[in-house]
Design a protein around this ligand. Structure first.
Ligand SMILES: C[S@@+](CC[C@H](N)C(=O)[O-])C[C@H]1O[C@@H](n2cnc3c(N)ncnc32)[C@H](O)[C@@H]1O
Length: 187
């Protein structure tokens, strides 16, 4: 049996930054590998709303093709600073210490990685930030086999909207028994 693939070096460095900051709110490796895989299909500009310490950014960075770039915004200045240092020598990644709304003017993007828990990531707000054929990834759902999907005993309208909006073709993917992501492609 072959060994599990190593973590990309840039992801290891992002974990070091997280450890130093005592920060644990990063995407899990299963999601990261999906991000890297999707990033490898993209051209132009990719974006992330909510950088944290840069773990998700690092996974995207590990997958992108030559000539592509990543913009990522983090509103917590301390976290943004750590991620800026991580990518200081990397001309293909720009970390902004800012609300994600500052990235609205720089799109459309070929891939958008969103933290599903952030306010304002509803389909109507995001749809025009993604180019045709562009991919939106929303992280951090608890898998639910029911329809409409429930979270904490209520209908999860965010998930429901992303999976039914006519502008997107979407799917919920279980990346682990207790974690799913939504991947939605702009028609
Ligand atoms: C789950 S963490 C991000 C994890 C990161 N994407 C990763 O995969 O490692 C969510 C981050 O979003 C940031 N955030 C929340 N609302 C934001 C906003 N409106 N603009 C920018 N960042 C935001 C929080 O400060 C937090 O660091």
């Amino acid at each position: 049996m072959s060994a599990r693939p190593d973590l990309p070096e840039v992801v290891e460095r992002a974990f070091d930054v997280s450890r130093q900051a005592g920060y644990v709110s990063f995407c899990r490796n299963e999601t990261g590998r999906l991000l890297a895989t999707l990033a490898a299909t993209r051209e132009g500009y990719l974006a992330e709303f909510g950088t944290g310490c840069g773990v998700g950014t690092a996974w995207l960075r590990s997958g992108i093709r030559p000539g592509t770039h990543i913009l990522t915004a983090e509103r917590d200045p301390g976290l943004a600073e750590g991620a800026q240092e991580l990518f200081a020598d990397d001309p293909r990644v720009e970390v902004l210490a800012a609300d994600w709304s500052t990235l609205r003017d720089k799109g459309p993007y070929s891939l958008l990685f969103l933290d599903g828990e952030s306010p304002g990531v509803e389909v109507d707000t995001i749809a025009d930030l993604v180019e045709p054929g562009g991919i939106v990834v929303l992280d951090n759902f608890t898998p639910c086999s029911q329809w409409p999907p429930l979270t904490l005993g209520r209908v999860d309208t965010l998930r429901e909207h992303w999976l039914t909006d006519e502008r997107f073709v979407g799917v919920e993917i279980m990346v682990a028994p207790d974690s799913s992501v939504i991947v939605a492609t702009r028609r």
